[in-house]
Design a protein around this ligand. Sequence first.
Ligand SMILES: *Cc1c(COP(=O)(O)O)cnc(C)c1O
Length: 376
Amino acid sequence: MSAFDTPDAQTCGTILTIDLGALVANWRDLQARAGTEAAAVVKANAYGLGIEPTVTALAAAGCRSFFVAHLSEGVRARQVAPDATIYILNGLLPGSGGSYAAHDLSPVLGSVEEVREWAAFHASGANLRPAALHVDTGMNRLGLSVGEGLALAHETNSTLAAAGIGLVMSHFSSSEDEADPANTRQMAAFAALVAALPGIPASLKNSSGHFLNACPSYQLTRPGYALYGGNPTPGQPNPMRPVVGLTSRILQLREVEAGTPVGYNGRWTARRRSRLATICLGYADGYPRNASGTDSSAGGSAIVGGVMCPFVGTVSMDLVILDVTDAPATSAKRGDPVTLIGGALDLEAVGAGAKTIGYEILTSLGRRHARRYVGV
Ligand SMILES: *Cc1c(COP(=O)(O)O)cnc(C)c1O
């Protein structure tokens, strides 16, 4: 038992298992590949896996820098990582400087306005950690333009120094696709900016960036998805260790004749005499409704007794129906476990079955599952 386990891990039907040892191994692996310091991106509650347990494990392994999206996530990370540098990716909301100071957090400043507001807050005498400067090199989402960054870099009366900028960073839009020419354009634009800011550490690589040819690591990398076992090289074998497992249990079984409609609105019809298992997991648990299996389109799957069994009918709020006709009857009984994430059902396969990406599967894994933290 880990201190972070939810108390009902023994009795709840659905159990999310998080291997913190594999998480730490993935972080070490990426840091070794980078050949420089690797941070950990733990936004969105550590991609759904829990900020406190993941940050605790990574900080104990030597991770010194964390990135979250919201200030409230930074406050949670700070409680378990008192010495780390914690960057808030979504930047400075107007007037929020005091909250950063109170929790010793570092904003990722994403516009000239934010840089100026932070510099002014600095001048008020607050004792602040260095902030990061986010420059947009092609995503067009957050960040100063490269032109604005260069203009600030060439100022004689340096606003960047006044703002205590300790890191310059940019974010890839397509690094999982080595062939996308956006990667080289972004690398070139970022290199020009880094050259104009001598002495300021830089950061560019997200998870997939670690696997891009000819991409410099600079002084810090920012992996997220790959830490949690997601494949940073889609279409190729996954170099990372799996971190997440999701199992549920069979509540009921029934036999239906060919032609029987199943689930809400009868959107799946049995084509043969079938054995169906209803399991305790649904969209309220964060499993996307887009994983429904209908007469016109296949959806998600679960592994029952070693056999891949398709979802049939729409995913309900609390339930999914599986076609277990081909599973061994000895492993498809009331109460038996089924695997929803694990083995051949890796995050990529689960994402594809739900017509989304593994990132969204991870981050939607609801709070409703019992959680078991292992590997520590
Ligand atoms: C989410 C995020 C990351 C991590 O991306 P992964 O693809 O999950 O590795 C890194 N940098 C920024 C700015 C991000 O928003």
